[in-house]
Design a protein around this ligand. Structure first.
Ligand SMILES: O=P(O)(O)OC[C@H]1O[C@@H](O)[C@H](O)[C@@H](O)[C@@H]1O
Length: 290
């Protein structure tokens, strides 16, 4: 049973009701412009579909919905470190906010038919990441999807934060997908000890791809049957990932489904990580649309 919140376009449900796997609290958005499902844990969009268009996000048919565990698909937010923690590789990959309990702190309808949700997460500082920080994600859902991030260092020391919106996009034929908008960019190849290369032409996927593009431009297109446009502000890193057949076998929530998605992730990692002074706040945004 889903419980209606104050707005008639927003209801509370859970992963048992929607995906047959109890474990996580979910929010459902249904408006005349779109439908979306969001996990409160991690403030993670799991599904988004604009009226009359194809779904924008891929959610693994093998996704697991457990408290404190990452959900495979949608848009997890990786933070306060992206990928392997460089100071302590034993720490969990991609930081802690994707597995953390967030708060829904606002929900309102905008004049043009879009709706806006605001989620916050307040990190007190712990053994995983000692600096306290505050994070706010605003989602505007309409014919497209707009995400805004505000991150504030609430500690007493200058601290490095690296992060990305780790978006999973659905594709029909992995071997025919092209990502445009990265031509000529330098990237670090995570399948080759982070060696540096230059992207020649559009990015295609034959085998494992795991690349961190630096100084990425603001726009990319993911060419599938219904092309996807990504436009970002203040996201200087774009990370492209698909595990390929062999690595996918080792991921129990992916397996043979690796052919169904590509990740094109937007954020600031490696040389573009944010260095925030005590009290400083940084912002970024991402706009996605079919
Ligand atoms: O399985 P996870 O922790 O969600 O990470 C998935 C992938 O995320 C990508 O962003 C990384 O570049 C890859 O190296 C990583 O394998």
């Amino acid at each position: 049973m889903s419980e209606r919140l104050q707005a008639d376009w927003l209801s509370r449900t859970d992963s048992g009701a929607l995906y047959g796997e109890p474990g996580l609290e979910l929010l459902k958005v249904q408006t005349r412009l779109c439908r979306a499902v969001i996990a409160v844990q991690g403030a993670q969009l799991l599904e988004f579909q604009a009226q009359g268009r194809e779904p924008l996000l891929w959610l693994s048919p093998r996704a697991q919905f457990r408290e404190g565990k990452p959900v495979r698909g949608g848009i997890p937010l990786c933070m306060p470190w992206f990928g392997v923690n460089r100071r302590d590789p034993a720490k969990p990959k991609h930081g802690l906010v994707r597995n953390a309990p967030w708060q829904l702190s606002g929900a309102r309808a905008l004049p043009d038919g879009e709706v806006e949700l605001v989620f916050t997460y307040d990190h007190a500082g712990n053994v995983l990441f000692s600096t306290p920080f505050f994070c706010e994600v605003t989602m505007a859902l309409g014919r497209g999807l707009r995400l805004q991030l505000a991150l504030q260092n609430r500690g007493a020391e200058r601290t490095e934060f690296s992060w990305a919106w780790h978006t999973y996009f659905p594709v029909e034929e992995l071997c025919k997908v092209e990502v445009r908008g990265l031509e000529g960019c330098e990237y670090l190849d995570n399948t080759r000890d982070l060696q540096r290369f230059t992207q020649e032409g559009a990015l295609t996927f034959s085998g494992e791809v795991d690349r961190i593009y630096e100084q990425a431009p603001e726009r990319q297109q993911i060419l599938t049957r219904a092309p996807i446009e990504a436009r970002s502000e203040n996201c200087h890193s774009v990370i492209c990932w698909n595990p390929g057949a062999e690595m996918a076998e080792t991921l129990e929530d992916v397996g043979e489904h690796y052919r169904e998605y590509v990740c094109v992730e937007h954020g600031n990692a490696f040389s573009h990580s944010w260095q925030l002074e005590p009290g400083a706040m940084a912002r970024a945004s991402l706009h996605l649309q079919r």
